[in-house]
Design a protein around this ligand. Structure first.
Ligand SMILES: [Zn+2]
Length: 159
């Protein structure tokens, strides 16, 4: 008997000065970084929430509260690894696939996507072909279009 579950995640961080821009574990050269208690890796956070949701677990804010000093400037890739451990403990031992979208007006994400896939696949011990990452602008509409921040969404299938 297989138990296949779908999950979805969504995250937003606003741009801030004097912060590194880290997306999917890749540090991208840009005038602004993303604001947040951790390293504000918006894509990794969306993926974490998708995985937690698929397992019927609480959201990342519950496991890694911003009020906890321990998570100040935390490396989100390490938190992703913790999330995978939580799934494992619940009996969800396999990630079938993850698909995701980065919504950003700037900087351009496309050339960084292969590296993001490589890093995330390595952290989760899955194949690069099991991770989809797409990037889109929002046609200059909304907060993303006004370059106030970056949003990311993700879905996953786990077993
Ligand atoms: Zn976040």
């Amino acid at each position: 008997m297989s138990n296949i579950r779908v999950g979805q995640g969504f995250d937003v961080h606003k741009f801030a000065e004097n912060r590194a821009l880290i997306i999917g574990g890749v540090t991208i050269a840009h005038d602004f970084g993303l604001d947040g208690h951790s390293d504000a890796d918006v894509l990794t956070h969306a993926i974490m929430d998708a995985l937690l949701g698929a397992a019927g677990l609480a959201d990342i804010g519950t496991y890694f509260p911003p009020s906890d000093e321990k998570y100040k400037d935390a490396n989100s890739l390490e938190l992703l690894k913790v999330v995978q451990g939580l799934l494992y403990d619940k009996g969800f031992r396999k990630i079938i696939n993850i698909d995701s979208i980065i919504m950003a007006e700037a900087p351009k994400m496309l050339r960084h996507i292969p590296e993001m896939k490589k890093i995330l696949a390595h952290i989760l011990s899955i194949n690069i072909s099991q991770i989809g990452i797409k990037a889109t602008t929002t046609e200059r509409l909304g907060f993303v279009g006004r370059k106030q921040g970056i949003a990311a969404s993700a879905v996953c299938l786990i077993e």
